[in-house]
Design a protein around this ligand. Sequence first.
Ligand code: GLU
Length: 277
Amino acid sequence: MNKPTYRGRLAPTPTGDLHLGHARTFHQAWKRARDARGQILMRMEDLDRQRCKPEFTHHALADLSWLGLDWDDDICIQSQHPHRYLAAWQKLKNEGWIYPCTRSRKELRSLPLPDTQDEQDAEAIFPIEWRPPPGAEQAYDSPEGVTWRFRVPEGEVITFSDLRKGNISYIAGQDFGDFSLWRRDNIPAYELSVVVDDIAQGITEVVRGADLLRSTARQLLIYRALNATPPAWSHEPLVRDPQGVRLAKRFHSLSIRELRESGKTPEEVLALAYSHT
Ligand code: GLU
């Protein structure tokens, strides 16, 4: 049988301007696809309507084009197909993988944070005693009104092979707990939406920042629950500023846009992105 065609994706979240870290990760994702003579798809992860702004969508597309990246097919805009996430929620709920969580923000804030190792996604472990009794989910016809969490298999070692980092393992229930799949404000959470779209778009390899390594372990549990084959993974090193602090777009530090406006060429911006690790 022929190997499936490589299909990668570029998946910005338009909550701010893209920075050097994005330049590097997206450039790698694009290059992996083009080197493999495969396809690269663009997906705008704009489900959080409060934080995502159309101007950042336009900026992201313009900045990435300016860097020399291109993409195939139409752009997938997450906010335009909410039914996809709802169908996945329904399946996971019907099969008992997820449960409604009515714990308050205050209760969640009282939980100790694990050692973060500077990953943006390290969050407090949700105590299993706080799970509702089995079957609580069956009373719901819609996800609205509560947070929905994935019931992780405590103690199971989740292992995957990463093209950059080698073999990676996390222990469910220790390194991460029951995570949110659907937010209380009725928005599908990142972990669910990204898996649903990577499956729907037939993505064969995910290239993204190393801050999402732990999320990959969570996402593998969702792939299993949805009976889907996961893609290959490549988690790219994070770009740091000269003080060694990881760049985040909320700090407006070294945005592609600013560098571009200051007269830098695309080649210079990419060289900077690859030199700041
Ligand atoms: N949208 C996410 C971000 O901008 C990336 C998600 C992913 O690549 O899985 O950080």
